[in-house]
Structure formats: C-alpha cells, structure tokens
Ligand binder design. Structure first.
Ligand code: GLU
Length: 308
C-alpha cells in the first residue's frame, strides 16, 4: 500500500472510531470536539395522559399488566435514534416521538423501555411480541403493511446518497454503475437500489453506521438510505462526508404496531395529531433532528392506514 493510501486509511479508521463511539471523547483523544447531539436539558417534557383505557388493544393491555411499554428503536442514527454507550440513554427525534406516544398511552418515561432492533428484524420483533411498538425511520409501505400495522406518518424522508467529501463523480443514483454502495439489509433503500439501479455493486450490513465506517475507510464509495439519516452522519463529520443529489423516493415514517391491533393504531394516530397541534412535535424536532441544520417541515398528513 502506498504511504498516501495508508495515511488515508488511518484517517478513515480514526473517523470511523469517532462515529462508532458517537462522541469524540470516547475515542480517548484529548481536545477532540464533542459530537453535538440533543442536549437532555433542552428536550421537551410530554404531558402523561391519565386514566387511559384501551381494553380493545391486546398490546396496550399486555404492556399495562407488565408495567412498562417496550419500544423498538435504532441506536446508531444521529439525531434520530442514538444510544449513548456510556449511559445507555437513547436520544433523537424517533425517541422523542416514542416518548410522546407513550405518554399519550398513559406510560410515563420511567415506564418506557427501549430495545434496539435492526431494519431487517422489525416485522419479526412486532410479530413475536418482543416489542410493543417500533419507532425508527420505519417506512410505511404496502408490503410491510401485510405484516404489521402502521400509525402515522409522522415524518416524510427521501432516499439519498452519502459520499466522501472529495468524491466528484457521484451526484445521483444514475452515477453508481460499477461503484460499491452500502445500505442496510431489509431496508427500502436497499431494495430500491437493487431493483432500479442494478449496475451498482450493492453491499449490505445490519446497520448504517457500519456502512459509514466502510465509506470512511474506502471499502465502499457511497452509502444510501433516507436523507434524514445521512444528513445526521454528514453533520457529525462535515469535513469528510457530504450528502449529494436530490432525494429519489418518498419514505413516510410510521409507528409500527402488531398487525390487527386497530385500537392501538388509531389511538396513536389521534395522539400524533394532538401532539402536532399542541406544538410538541415541533419542539421535539427542534431539539433533535433540527440540530442537523434542516428547519422543521410541516408534518405529513396522518392517513389512518386502512388495511392493517
Ligand atoms: N426508511 C427506510 C426503511 O424503513 C430506511 C431506513 C431504515 O432502514 O430504517 O427501510
């Protein structure tokens, strides 16, 4: 390996450590700037609904009996769902959505447990009762709605591309022929690239953070998933990474619930609508995803998904 390549790889490895750890401090390098994630003291508090009764929902009833709600989330998506390795605390916009929905269902923060579930395992986790809800950049689509129920949507993202800052040849999905492109197994961006851009060389891992490590260490040339996710990674390493081109899909984020639990799904739709009206949704966005530099959009219309 020539010295320049070696130096580049070393830089990549250092950055990969920075991203993997979430915070520069965790890499043990004195003087590194801390990653600017959501500040706990800025996060809104959500009014916990009292006397909630949802006997028609088997999921809610089981959670009440158990004494806590179990919510599936992501743990490596900056500003959306990120777990602090030191404290085990989860933070981000999806986590706030989960907290406000839990509060509306009558579960205060101390009665909510988060569990990390990768993209490929969401449907199974909801089907086998491992989790009660799922809130983690989960696109509503017809195929998934055969397996799980969806409340929402609560946010509209779009598929995009993340590349190294020095990359000059990739501006959109049409430039990916022969290039190595990473995405998460079981995700809609992975499926779309495979179907619509077959000349790209697809690489799949369980999580996007592993894809980003691979991008920083020159193992792949691009990472593809939702812009909301990629903007977070780029904001954490702005000198090394950039998001390019325009979004080339629509990814409406839903709250996954066990299929057939209509009472829970409709209660969540109502709760979302109420939290959008009273300003909690915007406060949550501003304190989390808004930190990546994109101002709060209007939340998409909640469409009470009929089939699930
Ligand atoms: N929103 C897309 C999906 O649900 C990509 C993000 C993810 O994998 O969570 O598949």
């Amino acid at each position: 390996m020539c010295p320049a390549t070696r130096a580049r790889r070393a830089l990549g490895a250092a950055l990969a450590c920075l991203l993997a750890a979430g915070l520069a401090a965790a890499c043990g390098k004195e003087g590194s700037p801390p990653g600017k994630g959501p500040a706990p003291e800025r996060l809104p508090h959500y009014r916990v609904a009292r006397d909630v009764r949802l006997p028609a929902s088997p999921t809610w009833t089981r959670a009440k009996r158990r004494g806590h709600l179990v919510v599936g989330v992501k743990e490596d998506q900056p500003y959306l769902g990120e777990k602090d390795p030191a404290t085990g605390t989860y933070a981000g916009f999806d986590i706030e959505i989960a907290k406000m929905m839990s509060a509306s269902l009558g579960f205060p923060p101390r009665s909510v447990r988060f569990r990390t579930i990768a993209s490929a395992n969401r449907e199974t986790a909801l089907q086998n009762g491992q989790i009660d809800l799922y809130v983690g950049t989960y696109t509503i689509n017809a195929g998934r709605a055969k397996l799980v129920g969806f409340a929402g949507p609560y946010y509209l993202a779009g598929q995009s591309l993340l590349v190294r800052r020095a990359e000059d040849d990739i501006h959109g999905p049409g430039d990916l022929a022969g290039r190595r492109v990473c995405s998460a197994a079981g995700s809609t961006p992975y499926q779309r690239l495979k179907a619509d851009y077959p000349k790209a060389v697809l690489v799949a891992y369980d999580t996007y953070s592993v894809c980003v490590d691979n991008l920083l260490t020159y193992q792949v040339d691009a990472v593809t998933t939702d812009d909301a996710i990629l903007i977070g990674y780029a904001a954490k390493a702005p000198r090394e990474l950039k998001v390019v081109g325009k979004p080339f899909s629509e990814e409406p984020y839903g709250i996954g619930v066990p299929r057939g639990d209509t009472a829970l799904r409709l209660a969540l739709d109502d709760a979302l609508r109420a939290r959008e009206r009273d300003g909690d949704w915007k406060k949550a966005y501003d304190a989390t995803l808004g930190l990546s530099g994109v101002p709060a959009p209007h939340p998409p219309t909640i469409d009470r998904h009929p089939a699930s």
